[in-house]
Design a protein around this ligand. Structure first.
Ligand code: AMP
Length: 284
């Protein structure tokens, strides 16, 4: 696996590659786990060359202490990537990514940006779009791979690529989970054993809710989920919303195709998100 830290060096390397060689890109913030590696594997299935970036982007942290606490494990990340078929690792400093002031892409993604995560993490998606757009400019991949765990992020990157007319296919990949159902996340490292055990209940509650979709209305489902989280010792629910897959706007009834139930909550100071697809089955 080749490793580049400098923009000029990775650009020079990529310029030497034949134009018809497909390039798959997996942007990450490191502290890699099997969720990230599943994206690398999918990229390797679809593309000749796979590039992973590791960059903890300060612009997307609305909470400075969250940025300071964010786990950083570059040595084990490199070993994991090179044993997983990744061809190139790009691990730049902040100065390399932003030699001047970060420039947000000039696109209006409307209320995709202001709902759910956007409401609770103001400025977060501006930061995400800024860094992804900058990394796309440097790497110019044919395909870029994002996890459905960050469902709103995936929708926003798709919209940004569409509005900017970028020649990049955005590929959404399934959520990888721990044995107890907890969605894999770099932040899970910050949980105690007991918290990690309880965090498995997030997926349990969401999947039970999804299985009730034929019996409950949206309001009833939401109330049921809120009640379940009240019974958890460590998990503090921030929001649970049931939204349309594409526009991410709250739905009022469950009869209009498949929708997503989105969760955000805290265990101690650690913020976790997860989601579940809710297939609509009609009341009998
Ligand atoms: P992050 O390092 O948290 O910025 O994540 C980098 C990429 O990995 C994003 O596209 C995430 O959605 C994806 N990802 C993170 N956790 C998982 C997971 N458990 N399953 C699948 N993809 C994931």
């Amino acid at each position: 696996m080749l490793v580049f830290e400098k923009v000029s060096e990775i650009e020079a390397h990529l310029n030497e590659k034949p134009n018809n060689e497909s390039l798959g890109f997996v942007p990450t913030m490191g502290a890699l786990h099997d969720g990230h590696i599943s994206l690398i594997r999918e990229a390797k299935q679809q593309c000749k060359t796979v590039i992973c970036s590791i960059f903890v982007n300060p612009g997307q942290f609305n909470d400075k202490s969250d940025l300071d606490r964010y786990p950083r494990t570059p040595v084990s990340d490199k070993a994991l990537l090179s044993s997983s078929g990744c061809d190139i690792l790009f691990i730049p400093s902040e100065k390399e990514v932003y030699p001047g002031d970060p420039q947000a892409p000039d696109v209006n993604i409307g209320n995709l940006e202001t709902t759910m995560e956007g409401q609770f993490r103001p400025g977060h998606f501006k930061g995400v779009m800024t860094v992804v757009n900058r990394l796309f400019e440097i790497i110019k991949p044919q395909k870029a791979f994002f996890g459905k765990k960050d469902f709103q992020q995936l929708a926003i990157i798709k919209k940004m690529a569409f509005l900017k007319n970028l020649p990049i296919e955005i590929v959404g990949c399934p959520i990888m989970r721990e044995k107890n159902g907890l969605a894999m996340s770099s932040r899970n490292e910050l949980l105690s054993k007991e918290e990690r055990r309880e965090a498995g209940n997030i997926h349990l509650i969401l999947s039970q809710a999804a299985s009730f979709s034929g019996k409950y209305s949206v309001i009833e489902l939401k109330e049921w989920v809120i009640d379940q989280f009240k019974n958890q010792e460590h998990i503090k629910l921030e929001y649970f919303e049931i939204v349309g897959q594409d526009d991410l706007q709250p739905v009022m009834d469950l009869s209009k195709g498949s929708v997503i139930g989105c969760f955000a909550g805290y265990i101690g100071k650690v913020r976790l998100i997860d989601n579940i697809e809710i297939m609509v089955s009609h009341k009998s």
